[in-house]
Ligand binder design. Structure first.
Ligand SMILES: *Cc1c(COP(=O)(O)O)cnc(C)c1O
Length: 232
């Protein structure tokens, strides 16, 4: 069978969640870290609310989406039903979506340029919304990827924190596909320590155990929880 399952039933969702949590726990333990040091962000992108809800029913509360518009279409309803959800934006943010993103998300992991940082600051001032922010770092210095360059990270974080008074709490990265991920995770950890930031969002289905070894506090996992994505 190579059909893509459009939705998870409750049992399958619970089993996949338990399996992923167990692997996170084992990796944390092996790294000498406490079990609650690593938070699971379940990435529901491309999946409908009907596929996500069984995971919520199984106890998962923290979710990630990479598109503002897609998230707006499915999360307000789930939110109304489960008020204690925590929603992370993990995809690039455009200026014209900042107001929507600030309204919908609890955590924006992809602050990556001055224009966006200023727009978020303005929106927080206007609405009083409480948010957690991460700066995305382009650790591989890939031209097509978003994120501030490692060399610019300190200056950018200083601008965000000191001038704009933004609640920057961590760094996030997506390593290049074809490189040793550990090098990128180590770099992100080093940059965060240098900036005095305690949170590291790094690691996906294929490499989250490595990320945990290098200090990830947030792992963003889609496929291992939901199965393969369709066209989306
Ligand atoms: C899709 C996505 C993930 C999850 O990827 P999987 O390999 O399915 O676990 C994590 N982070 C970001 C930024 C993503 O876009």
């Amino acid at each position: 069978m190579n059909e893509i399952e459009p939705a998870l039933d409750a049992t399958a969702a619970g089993e996949r969640l338990a399996a992923v949590e167990q692997r996170i726990g084992q990796a944390a333990q092996a790294a000498g870290r406490s079990l609650d040091a690593v938070k699971l962000v379940a990435v529901g992108k491309t999946f409908q609310a009907g596929a996500i809800e069984p995971l919520i029913a199984a106890g998962q509360r923290r979710f990630g989406e990479n598109r503002v518009q897609e998230a707006q279409a499915k999360w307000p309803k789930l939110r109304a039903k489960y008020p204690d959800l925590e929603l992370h934006l993990i995809g690039p943010l455009q200026s014209n979506k900042v107001a929507d993103a600030v309204a919908l998300f609890d955590v924006i992991e992809t602050v990556d340029r001055e224009k966006i940082a200023r727009a978020i600051a303005k929106e927080i001032d206007r609405t009083g919304k409480r948010l957690q922010l991460f700066v995305q770092v382009n650790t591989g210095e890939e031209p097509q990827k978003s994120g501030v360059l490692p060399a610019d990270m300190q200056g950018f974080v200083a601008l965000c924190r000191d001038e704009l008074d933004l609640p920057i709490e961590g760094l996030m990265c997506i390593p290049p596909l074809d490189e040793e991920v550990g090098l990128h995770f180590a770099l992100l950890a080093k940059l965060a320590a240098r900036a005095g930031l305690g949170n590291l969002s790094m690691g996906m289905s294929a490499d989250f155990e490595t990320a945990i070894r290098f200090g990830a506090t947030h792992v963003r996992i889609g496929t291992a929880l939901f199965g393969p994505r369709g066209q989306g």
